[in-house]
Every structure is written in C-alpha cells, then in structure tokens.
Design a protein around this ligand. Structure first.
Ligand code: ADP
Ligand code: MG
Length: 597
C-alpha cells in the first residue's frame, strides 16, 4: 500500500533547511555575522569555544530587534529585510531568506537577546532543539547577542562529521578574515577559548585600510601588490592585486566581493585567471582582494541557500570588465617593478626587487636551470660557463660527426616553452619545464633513498611571513621539513626563519619556495606518516625548482638538459604523467608536406 502523504513537523522542516545552510560551526557563524552587519553594527565581537562546537557567541551594537518581534526572528521565512519580489531583485542586505536563525535553533541550544536603542531593557529568548521558552527581560547594552551552544547535539550523524577543534577554528578564522576585508568600517574581535586571536579596530582612512589588509593577508602581499581602480557604467572595481611575484601554489588568497558579499563564482574566477594568463606560470594562482560594485539589478544573489554563488544578468559584460580591468592594471606596472621584463624576456621572479633575496646573485651557473640572476638576452653565456667550469660547450649537430645522442642537439627554443632538437631520426621537441621537473624530482628521490636530501645554508637567514596555520605546521612537524632539507623554525605568530634549503634548489627564490612548501605542508594530513608526507611534497618542490615557461635558455643549457634527460629514469614523463618530449622523424615530417620520397 502506498505511504500516506503528510506535512512534516516544523522542527524537522527547519532541521532539513539547516542541512543546507549549517554545515559546520563556521557556516552558522557566517549567518550570525551577516545578521550583525545587516543590523548596521559598528562592532562585532565573536567568541568561540572548542572550535565552535561548544559555543559560538556573537555580540553586536547594531539596531537590535523590538521585543515583540523577537519570537518572529525565529520563525521560518520571517525577515525584516524584504517584503516583495521587487525587493528581492534589488536586495542589498546579506540575508533575506529568513531561515538562518530557525535552522540554527533547530540543531543547537540557541540564545537570542536583543535591545533597540529606545528600549530600556533587552529581551531574551532561549530555544532548545527548536523549542522556544517564553521571552524574558534582560539587562544589556543596545544591540544583539546570539549564542549557539552544542551545535548538532540533537543530530548525532551531523555532529560526527565535525573535524578537529583546530580545523573547525581554522574555518572560522578564515571566515572572520573575509568579513574583515569586506567591512573596513566595522571593528571585529575574535576570541577562541578566552584568548583574543584577532582584533581589528575600525579602519576609516585609506592608510588604515592598507594596515588592515596587511594584517589579514600578510605584509608580503602588500609589498607585491598594486591597487586597482576602474569604473564603467554601473560597474566599478577596486582593490589590490598581487603581482606575479606573489603567486601561490593554491587558490587560497583570492577574495572577491560583489556589493560587499563574498562570492565564489566561476565567471569571476575565470575572468581573473584570464587576466593573469600571460604573467603567471601554469599551475600558479594569483592573490587578490577585489571589490566589484554593480547595480543590484544586474546580479541575482538568490541562487543558492548560502548565497555564495551568484548569477549575472550579463555575465559576458562582467567577465570582460573584470578581466580587462585587471589585465590593464598588471600591464601598467611601472619600470623597476618586477613585471616589466618583457624586453629582457626573463621571468619576473629572477628580478626580485626586495633586497632580502640578494643571495641569488651568488648562485652558481650550471644545471640549476631555474636559478640564476637576470642577464641581458644577447650576452653570451659561454664565458660565464667556462669561468664556472660547469658546462662543457656542446657541439652543434653539424659538428658532431658520427654518433649522436638519442635526443640529439638543440637547435632552437620555441616561445620560451619548447626546445627544438635535431637527432639522427629527425626532430625532437622537448617541454622544458616538464622535463626539468622530472629530473629534479628523480634527484630528490635518489638523494632521499641514499643519504638524505642535502641542505645548503643560506648566506643570510631569511625571515618570511606566512599564515598562522603555516607557522603552526612548521612548529609542529620539524622532522618533515628537516627530511626535505630545510632548516626552518617559527620566529613569530605569523613568521618563520629559514636558515637552510635543499641544496638542489640552491639560488631559488627562498621566500616563494617556503610559502609554497608551507602551503603544501598544510594539505598533508597531520596523521600522515613522515615518509608519505615527504613524498607528496617532493614532487611540488621539484616543480618549484624547475625551469619555468618563458625562461630563455642558450644552446649549452638546452643541450645540458637533453643529456640530463637521457641519464634520468622515467624522464619520458613529467611528474604529472604528461610526456616530456616527442620525436618527429623525417618520414613524418615529409608526410606533413605531402612529400613522397
Ligand atoms: P534573514 O537574515 O534572512 O532575514 P535570519 O533568520 O538570519 O533571516 O534573521 C531573521 C531576522 O531576525 C532578521 O530579518 C532580522 O530582522 C532579525 N535579526 C537577526 N539577527 C539580528 C541582529 N544581530 N541584529 C538585528 N536583527 C537581527
Ligand atoms: Mg540572516
């Protein structure tokens, strides 16, 4: 017999809705902070206990809720923010669906207390698993206080999915960072287990804005970023974009706000990737903090319960505006800044503007192809090579009568990406970066198996700004970094001190290398065994130490790379499994020209 159809009890409806908006403590907190900001708060204090599992408390000094409305705040689909479809189309508040508070209340023990400026007392209401007690008066300053205790206590299946305290708090901290970047005029304080983790006073002036961004994204970002500002009818873009010198191995420093709302959107991220495409190496991610303002009618924010996704009425136009705006800003980088290297065809990273990389000039010439200082395009390398005694001048094919090595001899470099070589069978094309990456990786593995990865002391120890989580990782897993050839320790809450790096990467940009390795080390689980962790980090270190696209090599360097490939196991594929070289023999070339022999 068919099951009968019945309406669901309200608490269950709310719990189902909670599944969409409340995934973890950070997502509940997001809703609470949005409510505070919608209420015009100038100060938002956030107190967390046990990564948010025991307590999330948000206290604001916003406009508050009238006593008689307090119970309605907990009703499903009850909101003070919109009243009509027209409002929905032009919504300017962060919330509007009226489901956050009832959803959170259905899966926690919630306390809501609020007082408007013209009321003498506040009113407090407590809800336990969706069941509300009668409102009671309470003494409090104007504003609103919301406490969420024991999240998911009544939905054990969900509670099981919560991660360790540290991980959950990491999400919370990231969230607070995002809000703090969006609302300079609001003071934020975040405490965890009674300890203040972040305090950001209200930032009124442009200088104060910069200070806040530096505090949240790190001083290194500010040193390697430029301001953007462009306007077009109904669209404006402002903010800061990181130069290619501050690229990241992960897309973890990308903040984009549309009308004050943090969004993750495919159109937007594609536009930004495109804007960076000719300055950033493949696989690197740009860092940016950008504010896109537009007529609210041009964007629909009601496409997803958490409102992180949006839909543009004219996504083509938004895409073009963003990508050309950022591209133009990047192109306008003045001489002296690292990006203006088109004339020397040297990748930006070889011309570090900061004095702390000065030890690069000490790097030995030779097979560390990714290394070396900038040198003019037309200067012959051979004098230097002879001086350093590393590279024996290799004969060109014509001179090399008789036997020819399998990959032959280089004749040219194509667009800074490929080596064209001539061998006995015909033509060889080599992907420089892929090939060099494989060689470096194999060397690391061989070294690890033999007597460990050799490290090389830096002439001057370097202090590097990293995130707090990254510094934590350096502190908590010294053996991991030692095994990879680093001598590094924590020197501050968001700072590490590097004394030695793997000798194989000698001369590389230490700051960039460390930032990548730290970011990668965070991805490796805390429980992963040392050996496994090291292996998964080596391959990305190898990528780091390898020739990047657009690096101009001379004939000797190209031939040295070909000889290295012949000597290296598995050099036919890069670490990602793509081929590193292809052979086109004379017969195939003839066929291309329809030339019958
Ligand atoms: P929404 O934000 O979509 O309106 P919520 O469930 O998050 O729905 O909140 C319901 C209502 O409660 C809001 O519309 C607002 O009127 C009120 N409210 C919630 N939090 C606050 C706060 N911190 N300050 C003032 N009013 C609040
Ligand atoms: Mg809300």
């Amino acid at each position: 017999m068919a099951a009968r159809i019945k309406s669901l009890p309200e608490t269950l409806v709310n719990q189902i809705a909670a599944g969409e908006v409340v995934e973890r403590p950070a997502s509940a907190l997001k809703e609470l902070i949005e409510n505070s900001l919608d209420a015009g708060a100038a100060r938002v204090e956030i107190e967390i206990e046990d990564g948010g599992r025991r307590l999330l408390r948000v206290v604001d000094n916003g406009e508050g809720i009238l006593a008689e409305d307090l119970v309605h705040a907990l009703d499903r689909h009850a909101t003070s923010k919109i009243t009509s479809l027209r409002d929905l189309e032009l919504v300017a508040s962060l919330g509007f669906r009226g489901e956050a508070l009832p959803s959170i209340a259905s899966v926690s023990r919630l306390l809501l207390a609020s007082r408007t400026a013209d009321q003498e007392n506040g009113t407090l209401i407590q809800v336990d698993g969706g069941v509300a007690a009668a409102p009671a008066p309470v003494g409090m300053a104007p504003g609103t206080r919301v406490e969420v205790r024991d999240l998911f206590y009544n939905t054990p299946a969900r509670r099981k999915f919560l991660k360790a305290e540290r991980t959950e708090f990491g999400h919370i901290d990231t969230l607070v960072k995002r809000f703090a970047l969006a609302r300079f005029g609001v003071e934020f304080r975040l405490t965890h287990n009674g300890k203040t983790v972040r305090h950001l006073p209200c930032a009124e002036t442009p200088e104060a804005h910069l200070r806040r961004v530096a505090k949240l994204c790190g001083p290194a970002f500010m040193q390697h970023a430029i301001a953007v500002s462009c306007v077009e009818a109904e669209l404006s873009l402002t903010g800061w974009i990181g130069l290619a010198t501050f690229s990241r191995s992960q897309a973890d420093m990308q903040y984009l706000y549309i009308n004050g709302r943090m969004v993750r959107d495919r159109v937007v991220s594609h536009a930004l990737r495109q804007a960076y495409s000719d300055v950033l190496y493949h696989g690197r991610h740009p860092a940016y903090v950008l504010y896109l303002e537009m007529n609210p009618g041009m964007v629909d924010v009601n496409v997803h319960p958490t409102k992180q996704e949006v839909r543009f009425r004219d996504s083509h136009r938004v895409h073009g505006f963003l990508s050309s705006g950022v591209q133009r800003a990047l192109a306008q980088v003045t001489p002296g800044t690292p990006e203006r290297n088109a004339d020397t065809a040297q990748p930006a990273r070889f011309q570090s503007p900061t004095p702390d990389h000065s030890d690069q000039s000490q790097s030995q010439a030779g097979l560390d192809l990714a290394l070396g200082e900038p040198r003019p395009q037309y200067t012959s390398f051979s004098n230097r090579a002879a001086g350093s005694g590393w590279i024996a001048p290799a004969p060109l094919y014509e001179e090399a009568k008789g036997e020819c090595p399998p990959l032959g001899y280089a004749v040219a470099q194509l667009h800074g990406v490929f080596i064209v070589a001539q061998n006995a069978a015909g033509m060889v094309l080599v992907d420089m970066h892929a090939a060099h990456e494989r060689i470096t990786y194999e060397r690391f593995k061989t070294a690890l198996d033999a007597d460990g990865i050799k490290s090389q002391l830096l002439l001057v120890p370097q202090r590097i700004s990293v995130s707090e989580q990254e510094a934590d990782r350096v502190e908590s897993r010294p053996e991991l970094f030692n095994r990879m050839g680093f001598d590094v320790n924590r020197s501050g809450p968001e700072q590490i001190m590097v004394r030695a790096i793997p000798a194989l990467l000698h001369g590389t940009d230490v700051a960039e290398l460390m930032r990548d390795v730290c970011a990668d080390a965070l991805r490796v689980g805390t429980s992963e065994r040392l050996g496994e962790a090291v292996n998964s980090l080596l391959s990305s270190m190898a990528c780091h130490g390898s020739v990047r696209a657009n690096r101009r090599l001379n004939t000797e360097e190209m031939n040295a790379l070909l000889r290295d490939m012949e000597r290296t196991e598995r050099s036919g594929q890069c670490n990602h499994g793509r081929p590193t070289w292809v052979q086109l023999d004379m017969a195939e070339l003839d066929r291309l020209f329809l030339r019958g022999r």
